[in-house]
Design a protein around this ligand. Structure first.
Ligand SMILES: NC(=O)c1ccc[n+]([C@@H]2O[C@H](COP(=O)([O-])OP(=O)(O)OC[C@H]3O[C@@H](n4cnc5c(N)ncnc54)[C@H](OP(=O)(O)O)[C@@H]3O)[C@@H](O)[C@H]2O)c1
Length: 361
């Protein structure tokens, strides 16, 4: 691997770009403000690590030289909701990378990428290292976690990408089943994410509340049932024994799970606020919840199963983000949230709480 084009220079784009640049690869970073200015003037920096990494920063794909257009890897490091537009830009620019790495959380974007470039070239990545962006152009990776990757077409090999990252101290798992890997990561992403965003609570606050912990357990159980029906096995990911989590979620009685599993889940989440809460606080009108809880509800419906908790979490968060629900309507109000969830989950879904919903556009 000699040349990597990273499309999307946010937390993960900068982290992967920085590590690959450090490994000696030629890294091109397509960035947007405010990262664009910081990266162009100061270079790529990891907090607490002296010096920047050598990466060329671009504002547009049109800035690529004819030679640079031939890249060995295209790393698609945008959020799930930005994938469609990013792929359209790549197509319009006529780029033809040798391999593509799609690292979005949630499920569904891999198929979009494979439809664009073909399965043989598409690799799916799962980042289990939480990376924060404390300032434009600066990233703060947590020490735990790493990268798992799998080919969309069985048998395809990722070249020297894993060894380059391993040499930078990042644990890399090369797996064979992309779907099993993505759904296993989805289990981790579900924990204290949508509920925290809706209630504006930290993971620790949420998981210390027995009733809210039960909601997390139910959402995970629904996801595991869908995985089972799809024939997907749970796999471990760097730094995260997901199979153990799945076993505990399936079999542990709630009376034991709450005191034993709750604190472990909170510790596993680390200090970074959950991504969906960050998106909502940033005023985003679209979040990745449709690719997370929403995808579980959709898959369940396709399989003629029920996933009422995930359906409720996805719909409620989407309504909050789009302004169909008044901002802060559930803020620190688990009682209202649980009442609405109970009504939405009952077989004869009623209208309780509708009076607190603002009219949609
Ligand atoms: N951060 C983590 O700890 C972490 C861990 C595991 C997995 N992930 C997953 O990794 C993915 C990326 O997350 P992230 O945290 O790196 O997100 P992020 O910080 O929001 O970075 C995405 C960047 O891509 C930019 N972008 C979007 N569309 C673009 C386009 N067409 N051309 C150029 N730039 C574009 C965004 O700009 P705008 O903001 O202007 O749209 C933003 O700067 C997500 O799916 C996330 O769930 C993140």
């Amino acid at each position: 691997m000699s040349r990597v084009l990273v499309l999307g220079a946010g937390a993960i784009g900068q982290w992967l770009g920085g590590l690959l640049a450090c490994s000696g690869a030629e890294v091109l970073l397509l960035a947007r403000p405010p990262h664009l200015e910081a990266l162009s003037s100061r270079g790529l920096q990891f907090e607490g690590r002296p010096g920047g990494f050598p990466a060329r920063v671009l504002a547009s794909l049109e800035d690529l030289t004819p030679d640079e257009r031939r890249c060995d890897w295209l790393v698609l490091a945008v959020k799930a909701f930005a994938v469609e537009d990013a792929l359209a830009e790549v197509r319009q620019a006529g780029l033809n990378p040798t391999r593509i790495l799609a690292i979005q959380n949630g499920v569904g974007t891999d198929d979009q990428v494979a439809a664009c470039f073909g399965k043989a070239r598409t690799f799916v990545g799962t980042v289990t290292c939480a990376v924060a962006c404390p300032a434009p152009g600066v990233v703060r990776p947590e020490s735990r976690g790493g990268l798992a990757l799998a080919p969309m077409a069985r048998g395809e090999q990722p070249g020297d990408l894993p060894t380059r990252l391993t040499a930078q101290g990042v644990p890399v798992f090369f797996l064979t089943d992309a779907a099993a890997m993505k759904w296993s990561k989805l289990l981790l992403n579900l924990v204290a994410n949508a509920s925290c965003a809706i209630l504006d609570l930290s993971c620790r606050q949420l998981l210390a509340d027995r009733d809210l912990f039960r909601v997390e357990l139910q959402a995970l159980r629904e996801a595991l049932q869908v995985m089972e029906r799809k024939g997907l096995v749970v796999v471990d990911l760097p730094g995260y024994p997901v199979r153990l989590l799945a076993r505990a979620v399936r079999w542990m009685p709630e009376a034991l799970a709450f005191p034993l599993l709750g604190p472990k889940m909170a510790a596993g989440r680390g200090d970074k606020p959950p991504s969906l809460l960050l998106d909502l606080r940033a005023g985003r009108t679209v979040t990745e919840v449709a690719w997370m809880n929403g995808a579980i509800a959709m898959e369940a419906a396709n399989l003629e199963m029920e996933a009422p908790v995930n359906r409720f979490l996805a719909r409620t968060l989407m309504d909050l983000a789009r302004g169909y629900l008044a901002p802060g309507i559930f803020r620190h109000d688990p009682g209202f949230f649980l009442d609405l969830l109970a009504t939405a989950s009952s077989p004869d879904r009623g209208k309780a709480g509708e009076d607190r919903r603002s009219p949609g556009p």
